[in-house]
Design a binder for this molecule. Structure first.
Ligand code: SF4
Length: 375
C-alpha cells in the first residue's frame, strides 16, 4: 500500500521538458548536463526504468528514485484494420479504473506514419457527431501520458512516427499547458525529434486560445515548436447549425475565432486547415460553398473534407437522420461529397478529401470512445 501511494506521488520523467529537468537537477545540486543525459535516455533511448539509465552516478540515481518514476501505459487491446494500414490501441494510462482509458491510432501509408494523439480521457465539448464527446469528460492527460502514447504505438508497430495529429480523444486547447509541454518534449532534438512542421493541433476554437497559441509558439523559448500547424474543426459556417453540432461554439462565435486565425497566420506564417465533416443535405448547400470560399480567403488555408463516420451512440438533432443511414444513402452521400468538393474547387478553394482510415475498427475521425470490444 505504501509503495502504491509513493509511486503515485512521484513525478513522471516523461512529463518533464528538458529545460524543467535541467532546473530541477541543478536545484538539487547536480551538474546540468546530467539532465540532458537523463532526458536522452528517457526520450531517445526510451529507457523504461530509472535503474536502466546508463552512466549516472549513484547519488543522482538515488535522487531520481526518490522523487521520480517513468510511467508506462498498459496496452489493453489492439485492433488492426482489414487493410493492415490502421492500428488502434486501447491504453490504460495508469491505475485500474476505466477513467484512465484512451485510444490512440497509427495510420501507415507507405513511408508516412501518422499518430493520432489523444489529450484527454473523454471530452466535455460534446460535439453531436463524436463518440468521445458522447462519453463525457474524465480527466486531462499529463504531458507524459500524451508523449507515452506515441512511444507505445511505435513500440507496438515497430514503425517510427513521421507525423503527429492532435485529433484523437479530447480538445487539446482545454488541456493547454500539458499539450504545449508534450509538443516541446516530442520535438526536442535530444528526444524523438519530430519536426514541428509535421505536427497539427486541432481545435473547435475557444476565444483567446488561438491567439495565445500563436504567441506561445512564436516565443523564442519555444523555437522548436514554432511551425506546428493549426486545424479548426469548422463543420458548418452557419451559426445555428454549428452551435447545434458543437455546443461550445455558442460562446465562441466564429467571428471572434476568424479574427484569431488571422492573428495566428500573421504571427506565425503557418497555414490553417479547416476540417469539415459533410452531413449530406445539411451543410453542403450552395450557400455553404460560397461562405467557405469567403472564409478560406481570409488566410492561406486548405479545407479537409471528411465523410461522416457512424458511431455507436444515438445521434440527436440536427443529425438524427443519420441514425438510420442505409447503404443506399451512403452511396448518395459519397455523391454529395464529390459534388461539394467539385463546387469548392470551381471556386478555387484548396480542398482535400480526408481518407477514412480504420473505419472498420472504429478508428476513423470521430469514432474513438475507449470502449473494449467484447470478444
Ligand atoms: S470532436 Fe473533438 S472537441 Fe468535439 S467532442 Fe470530439 S474530441 Fe471533443
Amino acid at each position: 500500500m505504501a509503495n502504491f501511494t509513493d509511486t503515485n506521488m512521484k513525478r513522471d520523467l516523461r512529463s518533464i521538458t528538458k529545460e524543467q529537468l535541467e532546473a530541477e537537477v541543478s536545484d538539487a545540486g547536480f551538474e546540468r548536463f546530467r539532465a540532458r543525459q537523463i532526458f536522452r535516455s528517457v526520450h531517445k533511448n526510451k529507457v523504461k526504468e530509472i535503474g536502466k539509465i546508463h552512466g549516472l552516478p549513484k547519488d543522482i540515481k538515488e535522487f531520481l528514485n526518490t522523487g521520480y518514476q517513468i510511467k508506462i501505459p498498459h496496452v489493453l487491446q489492439t485492433s488492426v484494420s482489414g487493410k493492415y494500414e490502421t492500428f488502434k490501441y486501447l491504453l490504460n494510462m495508469g491505475g485500474t479504473k476505466n477513467g484512465n482509458r484512451i485510444e490512440t491510432v497509427l495510420i501507415n501509408e507507405g513511408r508516412r506514419n501518422t499518430v493520432c494523439v489523444s489529450t484527454q480521457v473523454g471530452c466535455n465539448v460534446g460535439c453531436e457527431f463524436c463518440a468521445t464527446g458522447k462519453m463525457g469528460f474524465s480527466k486531462n492527460l499529463s504531458a507524459g501520458d500524451i508523449v507515452s502514447q506515441v512511444y507505445t504505438v511505435c513500440d507496438q508497430t515497430g514503425l517510427d512516427p513521421t507525423n503527429l495529429v492532435f485529433m484523437g480523444m479530447g480538445e487539446p486547447f482545454l488541456n493547454y499547458s500539458n499539450t504545449i509541454s508534450s509538443l516541446k518534449i516530442l520535438t526536442d532534438p535530444e528526444g524523438l525529434a519530430v519536426s514541428s512542421r509535421r505536427i497539427t493541433i486541432s481545435t473547435v476554437g475557444f476565444k483567446g486560445r488561438i491567439k495565445k497559441f500563436a504567441d506561445d509558439i512564436s516565443s523564442e523559448k519555444n523555437y522548436q515548436i514554432r511551425n506546428v500547424k493549426l486545424a479548426l474543426s469548422l463543420h458548418s459556417t452557419d451559426r445555428g447549425l454549428r452551435e447545434a453540432l458543437i455546443p461550445t461554439s455558442k460562446v465562441n462565435e466564429l467571428s471572434a475565432i476568424y479574427d484569431e486565425l488571422i492573428y495566428f497566420y500573421r504571427k506565425t506564417g503557418n497555414k490553417v486547415t479547416f476540417e469539415y465533416i459533410v452531413f449530406p443535405g445539411l451543410n453542403d448547400t450552395d450557400k455553404d460553398v460560397a461562405r467557405i470560399e469567403k472564409i478560406s480567403r481570409m488566410v492561406p488555408s486548405n479545407v479537409n473534407v471528411i465523410p461522416f463516420h457512424p458511431i455507436n451512440f444515438k445521434l440527436s438533432e440536427p443529425i438524427s437522420y443519420l441514425n438510420s443511414f442505409s447503404d443506399k444513402q451512403n452511396s448518395l452521400s459519397k455523391k454529395n461529397i464529390n459534388n461539394f468538393i467539385a463546387a469548392l474547387r470551381d471556386r478555387r478553394v484548396v480542398v482535400n478529401l480526408r481518407k477514412s482510415s480504420g473505419e472498420d475498427i472504429n478508428a476513423a475521425c470521430g469514432q474513438l470512445a475507449a470502449i473494449e470490444k467484447i470478444k
